[in-house]
Design a protein around this ligand. Structure first.
Ligand code: ADP
Length: 773
């Protein structure tokens, strides 16, 4: 209901109420005063008549009495007159009907029902009553007068109500007009921004409100323009920050890539012990520098919400184990026990960004190792179904390290936070790791929390929500293993940096591929015009002609076959949106530096596995040839080798043996010693398993926990990873007081242990060579 309607109704209501009270009180006043007048007049007239008739009554002069009665009855409002003596009528005049009825004396007008007010007065001499006089006075005049008065009052009141309604409508309209203008102004302000002025100059309260509105709007306009220019400045600064980061990433990552590549090559030459140590320290520092740069870049991307997570099926168990494996040597070197247990309810394949999941784990486990001097680091991973197709992956990393003070816990996940802020602090770091973890977990609908006690250790727990991979994506994931399909390829690499050229050449040498190198975009264009390449890897920043320009020029060549040669950008640029820029420039794909051999193979396969129809047959034949073990060894790539190994059907049992761990063992020791180690391990494990079975039968929790722990570690060291997982599960059940469930796993353990040890024996028969690693 509008304010105007409310005003009209309100005023009308008040008016009607007051008028009703007024009408009612006027009517009752009028009626009361007329009644009293009538009574007074009737009594006075009756008394006057009784005095006049007294002599005639006493002398029984009926003729005079009759004259008197007739005369009196002839008066306007007298209905009848009667004189009675000793109950007998002496004289009467007036309305016959009224004279015939039984007379009841009236005291008030309320009792009058027949329209006549009856009065009785005595004719007295001294104290003796000689006769009585009855007189009836008509009341109809008063009644009609009262009815007329009521009508007039109601008519006047109605006219007043209508007039008041009209006036209040006009008043309401006048008052609300100001408010309507204010509303329109506020709406305009909302639609087209501050600045709108009402310019309402009245001196009343509405004028005050309008002036307040105008000054608020003017102030808002000023603030708005200040804010807009501040925002433009901030955006400009942010843009420069991004540009600075882009160039910094390029300027540092490109030479660093070269340095690391050269160190890598240097490591494989004949070096004495001292030189090896120096090279490894330099490599370590280089990797640390790269990781800090990557952290800063990651964080900047998260800040600007430009970090996009991948959504690909990946093997969760392998993902977690590979991170744990990475840390195993450093944990061993520090004398720490690094222990990982993945619950069976963790699905094998999930859909998400494997590298980012790894990043969280790398940060947390890395910190745990960094801040623990002695004791152990435990990683426990569990899965919890939250919806039909989604699980929450819950991971707990517990260490027995230096712990974190209570007040530091509050800001631990803030960026650039290091608990030990002193210049003398012993551990290096950027203070960004946990902030990145927190943001990554949030991006994956989860969270990360910490509990810690100084000197006792810390527990970092994180959960992320991921979709369970469908059957098809599992097959897809396993089929994208990067094994090189052909190596008789003609490849051009455009790269100006000498060190990088060396690294890339070395990588391709390992793949058995000779490449052509162009020093810059111009040279690359010349070479492409002269020779038909299968694939071009193109650096972006180069002198004379950069990668983007070269790509444009190649795409513009007349020969359509040459113009459509696949081009993969090779760059240290890795800011958000870069990939899109390269693709828009005509590049087919993008590889970020520092390069990894497996990524290089992946890209080569991506583009050379789609040959022209005539080349199809040759390519297929070559692929089959390439699948032979001897040929694949050419790649000398552990990952490729391991995956091929796992795929061979006749060696299905060997899945119980993790080839990667064995290769690592060969690298750490020597190929000759492995069979001896296996013999020793099998013999020892059999003895240990006997003890475990006895402990299970005898419900001996302590022995079971101890032996399962030892079996878990030794079986992992020699690649019996599945057996190690089951042993760790048994150990955990004992630690958590659920030994009854552990005892029930005896049969499962017997079967798995037999198969795992057999598989290892079979693998031993195939022999080990240094070169295989
Ligand atoms: P940094 O690169 O310095 O490790 P992080 O963000 O990963 O950055 O960690 C921030 C700080 O939190 C560390 O410098 C350290 O003081 C503290 N911290 C992290 N993890 C642990 C842990 N497991 N034990 C003790 N302190 C830790």
């Amino acid at each position: 209901m509008s304010l105007r309607t409310k005003t009209v109704l309100g005023i009308a209501l008040i008016e009607i109420t007051i008028l009703m009270i007024l009408t009612f009180s006027a009517m009752s006043f009028l009626s009361d005063s007329n009644e009293q007048q009538l009574i007074k007049r009737a009594n006075a007239a009756a008394t006057l008549f009784s005095h006049a008739a007294k002599d005639s009554v006493l002398s029984t002069d009926l003729a005079t009495l009759n004259d008197l009665v007739d005369e009196f009855a002839g008066l306007d409002d007298v209905a009848y007159v009667r004189v009675l003596r000793d109950g007998k009528e002496m004289a009467c005049a007036g309305d016959k009907d009224l004279l015939d009825r039984q007379m009841h004396e009236d005291k008030t007008l309320d009792g009058v029902s027949d329209g006549v007010f009856d009065v009785r007065v005595p004719i007295t001499v001294g104290t003796t009553n000689f006769a009585i006089v009855d007189i009836g006075f008509e009341t109809t005049m008063i009644s009609s007068m009262l009815a007329n008065a009521q009508k007039a009052i109601i008519a006047i009141a109605s006219i007043e109500v209508v007039l008041v309604a009209i006036f209040s409508f006009i008043l309401g309209t006048y008052l609300t007009r100001g408010l309507t203008r204010l509303t329109t102004a506020a709406n305009k302000l909302g639609q087209s921004g501050p600045g709108y002025q009402l310019n309402h100059n009245s001196s009343d309260e509405l004028g005050d409100v309008a002036r307040a509105f105008d000054s608020m709007s003017a102030k808002l306009e000023k603030d708005y323009s200040d804010l807009s220019s501040a925002r433009a400045d901030a955006e400009l600064a942010c843009d420069s920050k991004s540009r600075f980061l882009a160039s910094m990433s390029h300027e540092i990552r490109t030479p660093m890539n070269g340095v690391l590549g050269i160190l890598n090559i240097l490591e494989e030459t004949n070096l004495n012990k001292e030189q090896k140590k120096l090279v490894s320290t330099a490599t370590e520092s280089g990797h640390f520098l790269l990781s800090v740069i990557n952290d800063i870049l990651d964080f900047t991307r998260m800040e600007s919400n430009t970090l996009i997570l991948e959504n690909k099926a990946f093997n969760v168990h392998r993902c977690i184990e590979s991170v744990v494996d990475t840390f195993q040597p450093s944990a061993n070197a520090q004398g720490l026990v690094l222990h990982c247990y993945i619950e069976q309810d963790v699905p094998k394949y999930l859909v998400g960004d494997e590298n980012r999941v790894k990043q969280i784990l790398l940060n947390l486990i890395g910190n745990a190792i960094k801040f623990t001097q002695e004791g152990s680091i435990q990683i426990k991973v569990a899965g919890q179904t939250i919806e039909q197709n989604r699980v929450s992956l819950n991971c707990i990393v517990t260490d027995t390290g230096i712990g974190i003070s209570k007040n530091a816990l509050d800001y631990l996940f803030d960026e650039f936070t290091m608990v030990d802020q002193t210049y003398s602090r012993s551990k290096e770091g950027s203070g960004l790791g946990l902030a990145i973890c927190k943001r990554l977990c949030t991006l994956m609908d989860g969270d990360v929390t910490v509990q810690s006690q100084p000197q006792l250790g810390s527990t970092f727990s994180f959960n992320i929500k991921l979709e369970v991979a469908s059957q098809e994506s599992e097959t897809e994931e396993t089929s994208t293993t990067p094994d090189l399909v052909r190596n008789d390829l003609s490849i051009l690499v455009a790269e100006d940096n000498r060190a990088n050229q060396l690294v890339i050449k070395e990588m391709f040498k390992r793949l058995g591929i000779d490449i052509d190198i162009a020093e810059n975009g111009l040279e690359a264009l010349k070479r492409v015009e002269e020779y038909r390449y299968d694939l071009i890897f193109m650096d972006i920043s180069m002198p004379q002609m950069d990668g983007m320009q070269a790509c444009h020029a190649i795409r513009a060549l007349e020969d359509s076959n040459t113009a459509s040669t696949p081009i993969v950008a090779l760059t240290a640029h890795s800011l958000a949106g870069d990939k899109e820029k390269f693709l828009a420039a005509g590049m087919n794909d993008y590889l970020s530096k520092p390069l990894r051999l497996s990524q290089l193979i992946e890209k080569i396969n991506l583009f050379v596995s789609k040959p022209s129809p005539e080349a199809m047959q040759t390519s297929l034949d070559e692929s089959i040839v390439d699948m032979q073990p001897e040929e694949t060894k050419l790649t000398q790539n552990i990952e490729v080798e391991t995956k091929l190994w796992g795929r061979r059907k006749e060696d299905k049992d060997l899945e119980l043996v993790d080839e990667k761990i064995l290769q690592q063992m060969i690298e750490d020791t020597s190929a000759e010693v492995i069979p001896l180690l296996i013999d020793h391990y099998v013999e020892e494990s059999n003895q240990r398993l006997d003890k475990i079975y006895i402990a299970m039968d005898a419900s001996d929790k302590e022995t079971l926990e101890f032996e399962a722990h030892t079996l878990g570690s030794s079986s992992l060291a020699l690649g019996n990873r599945t057996l190690s997982n089951l042993a760790r599960k048994i150990e955990h059940l004992c630690i958590e007081g659920q030994q009854e469930s552990a005892f029930k796993l005896k049969e499962e353990l017997q079967i798995l242990a037999d198969n795992s040890l057999n598989a290892l024996e079979q693998r031993k028969l195939k022999g080990f060579t240094e070169s295989a690693g």
